[in-house]
Write a protein that binds this ligand. Structure first.
Ligand code: FNR
Length: 365
């Protein structure tokens, strides 16, 4: 692992290692994948404006997120079915987050259950990502289990009323390998995907079981069955961010689902400023999508995010060495971020100023 010094290195390694079915599932975006490329490229359209001679000897990356102290503003986004990357899947990923002192978000569609992850990483700050099933009783049980197991927030994914069309998965007729299952649904009919499909088995699963009638008023229902704070994940407009705040969300996660839902949306970093402006200090604002380098974390924070999350990079870490691989990925990005922060003249996250990042057009004037 010592020759892997960047997240891109981990990604390249995973591309050479993973079976095709899993690799395509993990790496793909929706449709023509323009937004997938854009999620990454858009960061390079923003430039850092470092400030000098500011004594940056004592640096501190820690922050408080929804009342929990964490060591750095970089956490792990929910990604489904992590045992395709490593036999210990979500448990290894959560242990890495615990060791690094940051947030791990467990997907509803995980291959390790809520209880297994809680047991594997009891001290990690864990959030549970929720999809609302047509079966509301089943949904309520998921929420109750997460709360009972000590998860600290519910991350309601709001960008998936239908599932995006990921062409490689359709070609591969993607299904979960038979030795794995959707562990939160053990013993129910929602635990696996039908093999008899000429499409992506995941899309067939989702479109038959997830509730596409969900509306803003359902946030009130969710709030009535939980006392956990609610993070709305998948917001790309100021209008929806404001509705989110009005409906009682504690935080907005600016995200295009890793470009996996509908091609043609803005990169998350492009959507961030309008949302941060609209929300102000009424809720916390986070971002995920395309982060592969610590300088991008600095850009996102200067542009209004309190914290960022990563999906695929943690999967690439898992492929390389389970918990150790994810720890290495998190350590690399932490070091890159800390270095960028110091060189730009900041010791603490509160030193980051909006004027430290500009769009490239600033230099064309
Ligand atoms: C995801 N994402 C996701 N989101 C979610 O709310 N529930 C889920 O189960 C999943 N599953 C999932 C699987 C895979 C393989 C990927 C790549 C992504 C989206 C995820 O939480 C996050 O928004 C993106 O991954 C962020 O983009 P990056 O960091 O992967 O570029």
């Amino acid at each position: 692992m010592s020759n892997l010094v960047s997240i891109r290195d981990f990604e390249e390694h995973a591309y050479k290692t993973l079976p095709r079915n899993a690799l395509d599932y993990y790496r793909s975006g929706a449709g023509q994948q323009t937004t997938l490329k854009h999620n990454r490229q858009a960061f390079s359209k923003y430039r850092l404006r470092p400030r000098c001679l500011r004594n940056v000897e004592n640096r501190d990356l820690s922050t408080t997120i929804l009342g929990e102290r964490i060591t750095m503003p970089i956490g792990i986004s929910p990604t489904a079915m992590q045992k395709m990357a490593h036999p210990e899947g979500e448990c290894a990923n959560a242990r890495a987050a615990q060791a690094m002192g940051t947030i791990f978000t467990l997907s509803t569609l995980s291959t390790s259950s809520i209880e297994e992850v809680a047991q594997a990483a009891p001290r990690a700050v864990k959030w549970f990502q929720l999809y609302i099933y047509k079966d509301r009783e089943l949904t309520r049980q998921l929420v109750e289990r997460a709360e009972r197991a000590g998860f600290k927030a519910l991350v309601l994914t709001v960008d998936a009323p239908l599932f995006g069309l990921r062409l490689a998965d359709i070609k591969n007729r993607f299904i979960l390998p038979p030795h794995l299952c959707l562990a939160n649904f053990e013993g129910t009919k929602s635990k696996g995907m039908s093999k008899k499909t000429d499409s992506s088995g995941l899309n067939v699963y989702v479109n038959s079981l997830f509730d596409s009638t969900v509306e803003w008023k359902d946030i009130a229902w969710l709030k009535s069955i939980t006392s956990l704070p609610i993070v709305l994940k998948g917001i790309l407009t100021a209008e929806d961010a404001v509705l989110g705040v009005q409906n009682g969300a504690s935080a907005i996660l600016v995200s295009n689902h890793g470009a996996r839902q509908v091609d043609g949306t803005p990169a998350s970093i492009e959507a961030l400023p309008e949302i941060a402006r609209a929300v102000g200090d009424r809720a916390e604002v986070y971002l995920d999508g395309g982060i592969t380098d610590g300088t991008e974390v600095l850009k996102a924070l200067a542009m209004g995010a309190k914290m960022v999350f990563m999906g695929r990079p943690a999967l690439w870490g898992l492929v390389q060495g389970g918990e150790d691989g994810v720890k290495k990925v998190l350590t690399i990005i932490r070091t890159e971020f800390e270095t960028a922060l110091g060189i730009c003249g900041c010791c603490r996250l509160s030193d980051i100023e909006p004027t430290m990042v500009v769009h490239e057009s600033f230099y064309a004037k």
